[in-house]
Design a protein around this ligand. Structure first.
Ligand code: GTP
Ligand code: MG
Length: 231
């Protein structure tokens, strides 16, 4: 049990994309899992990298778990080769759903040892959940919920934000594009941002769910050679 003081400042960390931070009243909430979902190429990984770079530039340690194949080239473009911040980013490649579960536990232990933990990023959180279709579905769901519990435990202990990404699929019954995981992750994720591709290569970020911000707030941004630009 953790006692909460009502006058405490829950805190937010900026993503580094100013217009997104503005609609989120300053950035990603501490102790909360924020999910970004959207179709392939909508900018999820770009936002993760921007967030990691911004946080690392503030001298914080960022734990970045990647299941997609992290592009070092893109990271260098966005960080303008600021190699001085590289040591502030602990990057881990995930190889399976089981590896993801074990890695999160390892990261939880590592966080104890660092001076200023800044953020946890998992890109993509649902990739292996989506790909590993064999075996016992309920066991996978339980494993997934355990992972969410591990994330929530560490981010509330260190008062930091977690950013996870999620893909979408076409829900035949509803005729809509939905994020993966549905009820399995919905309850644990307190902030959800949807990304859409727009004309002229622009992207739109829309607040889909938040504890203290009205849904529907949105911003338009562009993905450029150096990173992300508000429009
Ligand atoms: P998935 O991981 O496939 O689901 O996609 P994502 O949502 O993570 O997309 P990501 O953030 O990787 O964005 C990919 C987009 O970034 C592509 O549409 C690229 O065109 C764009 N992009 C990457 N590098 C550059 C660049 O140097 N200049 C411009 N203009 N766009 C770029
Ligand atoms: Mg991606």
């Amino acid at each position: 049990m953790q006692k909460i003081e009502l006058n405490e400042n829950q805190g937010r960390t900026p993503t580094g994309l100013a217009c997104l931070d503005s609609i989120l009243n300053g950035g990603l909430e501490h102790g909360v899992i924020t999910e970004i979902f959207g179709e392939g190429g909508s900018g999820k990984t770009n936002i993760c990298m921007q967030f990691a770079i911004n946080n690392a530039s503030l001298g914080k340690k960022v734990f970045y778990l990647d299941s997609e194949g992290f592009s070092i080239e893109r990271f260098r473009q966005m960080s303008i080769s600021r190699s001085d911040i590289y040591d502030n980013i602990a990057l881990f490649r995930l190889n399976s759903l089981e590896d993801q579960e074990l890695s999160l536990i390892k990261v939880q232990r590592l966080m104890e040892k660092v001076k200023s933990p800044g953020a946890l990023i998992v890109d993509s959180f649902t990739e292996y959940f989506r790909l590993e279709t064999g075996g016992d579905y309920q066991a996978r769901v339980a494993g997934f919920q355990k992972q969410l519990g591990t994330i929530l435990a560490m981010i509330s202990e260190y008062h930091i934000p977690a950013l996870v990404t999620n893909q979408i699929y076409q829900d035949i019954d509803k005729g809509q594009l939905q994020p993966f995981g549905g009820y399995v992750i919905d309850h644990s994720v307190k902030a959800i941002i949807r990304l859409e591709k727009k004309e002229g290569g622009l992207r739109k970020a829309i607040v889909e769910k938040h504890r203290s911000i009205e849904e529907g707030r949105s911003v338009v941004f562009a993905i450029t050679a150096e990173g992300l630009e508000c429009r």
